[in-house]
Ligand binder design. Structure first.
Ligand code: HEM
Length: 239
């Protein structure tokens, strides 16, 4: 267990974050140094004002009305997944620092109940979303359009989420212990608390992080990298 955890929740995290940061830096450098098209790429109808352009790019990126029109069912699951992922992202902030104002308001027990409900709901919605996407690519017409990369990304996401949910619904390790481990990584003095080493949930954390490490390493080289440039691409569509 100790070796597995050292690989997945210590060195794997450093490697994952390192490759992610360097990979994204290289991507962004590549984007900003690529010469701009001399031809305007905007499509009609175009908003007349700059504020209108930004508003449209914002709407196209974060609400995606085009997708809602073309494939409403997929849009619904994707929208729900992204809202839940945003919620889970903020929830993971508890690993960095306790949400003190919320604890002062709700009390320690109230905070844990709130985290259990909000984290649990986000985890279930994300799981349903990813299962929908796997189903969509495995059965029906999208099967023909799907390539192995699509399945690899969905498999990694599925692994991250199912193991996160396992910790949330089955595990008994408190957020404070996870925070102790995560903060030790941030100050480059990695330590794995005994509660994690001696609990079966340690395996779930190791698996959650193994999938996350692989996801971070792969992200800058995968098709998902386009999500980062989505806003500027949508802005170009109205120039
Ligand atoms: C450095 C990266 C990450 C760390 C350190 C981390 C750590 C954790 C921990 C410790 C838990 C258990 C929370 C508890 O039961 O108290 C958890 C749960 C969870 N994680 Fe992560 N995670 C990371 C990345 C991700 C990513 C990239 C995703 C999704 C794409 C994700 C999705 C989830 C979900 C759905 C849960 C269960 C629901 C919840 O408690 O929020 N995690 N994670």
């Amino acid at each position: 267990m100790e070796l597995f955890l050292n690989i997945t929740i210590v060195w794997g995290v450093y490697l994952g974050i390192g490759v992610f940061v360097i990979g994204m830096g290289w991507r962004i450098y590549d984007w900003v140094t690529t010469p701009k098209s001399p031809v305007k790429l905007g499509m009609y109808p175009k908003p007349k004002t700059t504020a209108g352009r930004y508003l449209k790019a914002f709407k196209d990126t974060f609400i995606a009305p085009q997708s809602a029109k073309i494939e409403p069912k997929m849009w619904f699951f994707a929208f729900a997944f992204h809202v839940a992922a945003l919620g889970a992202f903020f929830g993971h902030g508890r690993l960095l620092h306790e949400f003190t104002p919320l604890v002062n308001w709700l009390g320690d027990e109230g905070m844990d109940t709130f985290a259990a409900w909000s984290g649990g709901t986000a985890g279930i919605i994300m799981l349903v979303g990813v299962l929908f996407w796997i189903g969509r690519r495995t059965f029906g017409p999208y099967k023909q359009l799907s390539v192995p990369e699509d399945f690899l990304l969905l498999f990694l996401l599925f692994g991250i989420i199912i193991m996160g949910d396992h910790m949330r619904f089955v595990g008994h390790i408190h957020a404070e212990t996870y925070r102790e481990w995560f903060q030790s990584l941030l100050v480059f003095k990695p330590e794995i608390p005994t509660e994690i080493l001696s609990s079966k949930t340690g395996w779930s954390l190791g698996a959650h992080m193994l999938f996350t490490d692989l996801f971070l390493i792969y992200f800058p080289f995968s098709k998902l990298v386009h999500t980062i440039g989505a806003f500027s691409a949508n802005l170009v569509r109205s120039e």
